[in-house]
Ligand binder design. Structure first.
Ligand code: NAP
Length: 423
């Protein structure tokens, strides 16, 4: 494809699919990787992460050829629109990309650019590993007990954007249909009312749960917990749980995956699980939020619908030091778009103060997806070494009296020095 306002790198090769319709990428040692720095603090953390990631790649004998793309504020300046087609197409064409945060403009008519990107590219699993790094201040007594990976469904649920504004003809039409045709004539209050739909499909639920179980098997994890609110929303959240358990029961041999019976209501301590099998269980979302704090070490891999996943992964991020640390990535079939959990934090923007760790560790996830596990390990070790030696950005410094507060770029330089030392 030819690009209008994007500079295509002169060297480097495209990542390609080995065989259409099958899992597996062909990854050259010098790939072209699209990058969006992002809005707000994206202008600070984007270049900092880029530098750390390319240093780590070089230290492990590889070369990243960045292809800078634009979305949000930077796209409005260049293209006069928020999400240009060529940005989406470049990510589609190159298969693997990384992005900083994008601000969701406030006001009618604007959908989240992040949600739009995930839906357009069918990046159906938002994956957030939550693990503790030595030296990071945490409100928990034993933050190192947290070593969890959340799989959040990314394309449906109340985030699908099927909603009608109070006072519009459309909202009234839907109300009429629900009251008169569907028989809920005493359910809704009189007067203006906003309405939305919560689609949860068999396809969306099953492919997400499959990803989580496959991940657990490949990474020697013990348990996958399906987190939902099926006691109340029976035909959406409850159905997610049922479809998820069906995947566990029907698609894997018993010795590999054990679908725990009645796990919603009974403790599973006494259940006889085949040795080495991944246990798949269900938990209700509200209770899960307390167990995550009180029984942290019992949880391993979590799979859940979109809204639960949004809340729960931020809360999990807080337990290991907050949003400045928490990485993530969106996966589809043979696609990955890495992005941190945090947003554009406008009040911290352009001041060279934001913490780039979350974006850097999102890059680690992306490299691991490429099969560059050694590069990923090096990044983790260098970040941990930097933080534990007391060089940190403002967000961690305010919780640690013994630390030296540095800016975004100085912190990134310190990580690069540690990469050189450790490699
Ligand atoms: P936010 O941008 O994540 O920021 C909330 C607060 O978290 C910040 O004020 C800051 O706390 C802390 N924080 C976040 N990132 C940090 C970092 N890298 N280093 C240090 N501290 C960090 O959430 P928000 O203010 O609710 O959202 C702002 C905009 O971002 C909204 O337009 C939202 O829609 C968008 N957003 C985008 C994404 C995405 O691109 N995927 C995700 C979430 C939100 P202190 O003020 O205490 O320093």
């Amino acid at each position: 494809m030819s690009y209008d306002k994007v500079d295509v790198p002169e060297s480097g090769q495209k990542i390609t699919v080995e065989a259409e319709g099958e899992e597996g990428l062909h990854v050259p040692e010098d790939p072209i990787i699209p990058i969006i720095h992002g809005d707000g603090i994206g202008q600070d953390v984007g270049p900092a992460a880029q530098k750390v990631l390319e240093t780590a790649a070089e230290a492990t004998g590889r070369e990243v050829n960045w292809m800078r793309l634009y979305a949000g504020e930077s796209a409005r300046e260049k293209y006069d629109e928020n999400l240009p087609d060529e940005t989406v197409e470049a990510i589609r064409e190159h298969r693997v990309a990384i992005k900083g945060p994008l601000t969701t403009p406030v006001g009618a008519g604007f959908r989240s650019l992040n949600v739009a990107l995930r839906q357009t590219l069918d990046l159906y699993a938002n994956v957030r590993p939550t693990y503790y790094l030595d030296g990071v201040p945490s409100p928990m007594k034993a933050p190192e007990e947290m070593d969890m990976v959340t799989f959040r469904e990314n394309t449906e649920d109340v985030y699908a954007g099927i909603e009608w504004e109070a006072g519009t003809d459309e909202a009234e039409q839907v109300r009429e249909f629900v009251e008169e045709e569907m028989g809920f004539d005493e359910t809704m209050h009189e007067g203006p009312i906003g309405l939305g739909l919560k689609p949860i499909s068999e396809k969306g639920s099953k492919r997400l749960v499959r990803e989580a179980i496959d991940y657990a098997i490949e990474n020697d994890r013990d348990k996958v917990t399906l987190v939902h609110k099926g006691n109340i929303m029976k035909f959406t959240e409850g159905q997610f749980g049922e479809w998820g358990m069906e995947v566990a029961e029907e698609e894997y041999p018993d010795e590999e995956v054990f679908a725990a019976p009645d796990s919603l209501w009974e403790e599973q301590d006494e259940v006889d699980i085949p040795e080495d099998a991944v246990m798949v269980e269900e938990r209700l979302a509200d209770a899960m939020l307390q167990w995550m704090q009180l029984r942290t070490d019992e949880f391993d891999v979590l799979a859940m619908p979109n809204l639960n996943g949004d809340y729960l992964s931020d809360a999990a991020g807080a337990q290991i030091g907050g949003l400045g640390i928490a990485p993530g990535a969106n996966f589809g079939d043979n696609r990955c778009l890495a992005e941190p959990v945090h947003g554009s934090a406008p009040k911290r923007a352009g001041q060279d103060m934001a913490n780039p760790t979350a974006l850097i560790l999102s890059g680690r996830l992306m490299f691991e997806y490429l099969g560059w596990d050694d590069t990923g390990e090096l990044i983790r070790d260098a970040v941990e070494e930097t933080i534990s030696s007391g060089t940190v950005t403002y967000d961690l410094a305010r919780q640690r009296e013994d630390a030296e507060k540095v800016g975004t770029s100085e912190y990134a330089d310190a990580i690069c020095e540690n990469i050189e030392k450790l490699s």
